[in-house]
Every structure is written in structure tokens, then in C-alpha cells.
Write a protein that binds this ligand. Sequence first.
Ligand code: NAD
Ligand code: MG
Length: 385
Amino acid sequence: MKTITILGATGSVGSSTLDLVEREPERFEVLALTANCDVAKLAKAAVRTNARRAVVADERCLPALRDTLAGTGIETTGGAQALLDAAAMGADWTMAAIVGCAGLEPVMAAVERGGTVVLANKEPLVSAGDVVLAAAKRHGATLLPADSEHNAIFQCFDFDRPEGIRRIILTASGGPFRDWSIEEMRGVTPEQAIAHPNWSMGAKISIDSATLMNKGLELIEAARLFPISHERIEIILHRQSVIHSLVDYVDGSVLAQLGPPDMRTPIAHCLAWPDRMATPMAPLDLIAIGRLDFEAPDPERFPALRLAREALEAGGARPAILNAANEIAVAAFLDRRIGFLEIAAIVADTLDRYDPPAPETLDAVLAIDAEARRIAGERVKDCVI
Ligand code: NAD
Ligand code: MG
């Protein structure tokens, strides 16, 4: 039996993880499931999986969770500390699927207990990559990448002979506006931006996919996860989302991982690793797919890519500022307080206005994250749409 905790169990990745875990109840035992405040969905999942504990990060939602789960024997807790306690229960396998830097401290709590921590939640790696990786090393935790691109690279990357690797190539679908002009993008609504052509995902990452900031965050994530210098990480547009990423070797061999655009494949890879487990997905039908297209991304229409690469190259606090400003700008766009093109503009502006020294501790990262959010929030107030 593998004990499992899912942080962010009610979200898109959390639900895909539950789907796999629930198929093999004899193999997986659920310790804790957490959510921000989606009590109904969390309680249902906790009952279905006979979880030991259900946790809401927002303490105001705890009374409703208690009422819903009364008499089931499932423990209920709420609040920021309760979330950290759940992450630190010592599960063999923890899925980190909270969205944004809100997942950073829970990820650290899980990492500090050792075990396997599976990262879908990419923002903590972007903002605090060094801190998270050092903690994993110190506590003997195994980090596995569930983000589809990084999982693809993980499957193709020869960690014993990294000197044989020339480049890694991240694929991007290009999002819903890949063929749109800047003028056309100016007036898009959150609904249009969320409608991703290939993947069904949470709101924040869907907007990041539309601005291509998601690929920028993934560029930084890849630089943290794989022993390769950042100038050897490339991004190409591949609109079918069938090839999830590639590793290019010095002899000219290029290894790629292909699969359906469904997170259950990379999650299953992490859930069974180093073994394999079956998923409900039909075998990939290459004849029906017919063709695989590749294009260069356009940095003019998608400035987020350039901002992310600059932040990665400069290092220090820059990736944390990029991420924090982006989280504020995406939330403001979803609230219809700013336009779509202002997302990247606010990120650029926050990076211009704030340049603290490199953080070396978790607290220093959290302080930079908070200040970058404050600055980006001020900039949001200046926008009139
Ligand atoms: P989502 O919005 O669907 O779900 C987020 C989960 O986190 C929910 O359970 C929510 O209740 C919880 N949550 C939200 N705010 C919280 C807070 N402040 N404190 C505690 N919990 C909170 O998001 P998602 O699409 O599942 O994405 C989760 C993470 O995985 C993101 O970092 C995203 O970039 C990454 N990711 C997602 C996909 C995908 O296909 N959805 C693919 C690759 C990577
Ligand atoms: Mg991805």
C-alpha cells in the first residue's frame, strides 16, 4: 500500500489524480485531501476514498466541512497551519496541485518529511527553486515532475550521462490566441482566454497558456529540474500537443515522449514510478492525428516568453517577482479589472520597479513574493478598462 496525500484535490490536476488513485483502492491509501474552500467536492472525494483527513485552507470554510462530514469518521481541519500539518503527515506520495505560490509552504512541509513529492504546482519551483531543491536533498525527498513537458523530459533524459545531451526542447500548444494579432488580443475576455484548444485546466494556468507565460514559467521550471544550462533549453510551438517535449543528444538522436493531452498520463507515470500503471486512455491514434506541426514562437505577440527568459538569465529574485506579478495580473484579468495585454505589461513594470538582492531562505522568498504582489497590485489599480 502506498499512502497518498493530494494538496489541491478539488482542482483540475487534483481530480485527475483522484481518478487514478480511485481505480486501484487496493494499491493506494489516502491520508489527506486538501482544498481551498470547495467543501462539497472535497467532502465527496474524502468519502469516496475513505481519506483519513479532509482539510480546507480557508478556515472560514471549516464549519461547513465539519457539518458535511459529521459521522463519517473523517478528521476535518482548516486554516494555513492545518494545511501544513496535512502536508507533513508523512505520506509516501504527495501530489502538489495547489495553484500558485500558495503551494510553496505546503510543498516545503511535504519535502521536509521525505517521501515522493510530485510537482504539478510549478510556481514554487519558479519562485523558490533553490530552496525547494536544497530541502529535498537535505531530507532525502524525491521530486517528480507531473507537468506534462517536464514529465516528458524526465522520461527521455539520460541522467547518468548528461554530457551527451545537447538541448532540451519544450513544446507549447500556443494557446487559443496563437494565430491572433496583438490588436485582436487587446479585447479578449476571460472566457475566450480560458477556452484552451487542447487541454482542460484550471483558470490560472489557462490564462498563462494564452499569454504563453505558462511556457515561460516552464522554461524556469525546466532549468531548475534538469542539469542543463538555460541557454540550451528551447521552446517550439507544436499545435497538436501530442509531443510533450524532446531531448536532443550530441549524436543527433532526438528522443520525444508522445501521449494524449490528458494529465492522467504524466500523473500515472509519477504515481507508479519507477513501474508503470494502466490508465483509461485509449492508445494514441497517430493515423487519426495525421500530422505534427512545429513553428517558432513569436516574442513580439507573446512578450511573456521574453520576460521569463530574462528573469531566468538574471536569476536571484527575478523569477519570484515575475511569478508574483503574474499571479496578481492574472487574477485581475479574471476579475475584468485589466485587459489581456496588460498582464505582461504589469509583470514587466513590476520587474522594472523592484530589484531586491537574491533570496537565500524561504522567508526571504516569501517577503519578495509579498512585496512584488503589492507593487503589481498598485499597478492594477492604475489600469482603467
Ligand atoms: P485548479 O485551479 O483547478 O486547482 C487548484 C487547487 O488548489 C484547488 O483544489 C483549490 O481548492 C486549491 N487552492 C487554490 N488556492 C489555494 C490556496 N490559496 N491555498 C490552498 N489551496 C488552494 O488548478 P490546476 O489547473 O489543477 O493547477 C494546479 C497546479 O498545477 C498549478 O500550479 C498549475 O500550473 C499546475 N499544472 C496544471 C495542469 C493542468 O492540466 N491543470 C498541468 C500542468 C501543471
Ligand atoms: Mg505544462
